[in-house]
Design a protein around this ligand. Structure first.
Ligand SMILES: [Zn+2]
Ligand SMILES: [Zn+2]
Ligand SMILES: [Zn+2]
Length: 193
């Protein structure tokens, strides 16, 4: 038994060195976590995982279904759900009527997803100074506006597109043909009478 009463071997342990470092492991860990961008006292496991479901938030304005991610990436913001692109054929005018006004739903609108509304009367066309083309500063044509073109589509836009002029020519030709057929059938019916 020693005179001082100390336990032999304890004096070898120097209190100044602070050994063993009890906290070293935990501090190292949190430092590492902070370096990853986590806040203090927040471990990676505790943070709720954000689901990358972009399509769930963005719903089609017409069908209320999620816009397809591919269409969203392509720039669609109001339409583009699975319902929008289900059909590949458009019914004739008389089978494509607006429930409210009983007029045919505009072709372009029908293709963009309108099925129960979207006729000529469904879309209000603002005064010319409220529908200016961003490219040319001229009024967007009412038909273009009704079809959903709200940033471009003035007369200069249309005339600067050779494809549009060609389509217009084809349309006129078709109209002339229709008119002549109608005239012929009309006279034929008159003869029958
Ligand atoms: Zn849709
Ligand atoms: Zn309508
Ligand atoms: Zn224009």
């Amino acid at each position: 038994m020693g005179a001082t009463g100390e336990v032999p071997g304890l004096e070898r342990h120097n209190p100044g060195t602070n050994w063993p470092p009890a906290q070293e492991k935990s501090t190292r860990c949190s430092k590492f976590q902070r370096s990853l961008g986590y806040a203090k006292h927040v471990s990676p496991k505790k943070t709720p995982r954000k689901r990358a479901s972009a399509s769930k938030k963005h719903l089609c304005k017409i069908h209320g279904r999620p816009i397809r991610p591919s269409y969203w990436r392509a720039g669609h913001r109001t339409t583009g759900c699975s319902e929008c692109y289900r059909t590949t054929e458009m019914p004739p005018d008389r089978k494509r009527l607006c429930k409210k006004h009983n007029l045919p739903i505009l072709r372009r609108r029908w293709w963009s997803g309108y099925r129960t509304k979207g006729c000529l009367l469904c879309f209000k066309v603002p005064p010319p100074n409220k529908r200016l083309c961003v490219k040319h500063d001229r009024p967007i044509q009412p038909s273009s506006w009704r079809n959903g073109q709200h940033s471009t589509g003035c007369s200069l836009c249309h005339n600067s597109r050779p494809g549009y002029l060609l389509a217009k020519a084809r349309y006129r030709k078709r109209l002339r043909k229709k008119a002549s057929i109608a005239r012929k059938s009309g006279t034929a019916r008159k003869k029958k009478h």
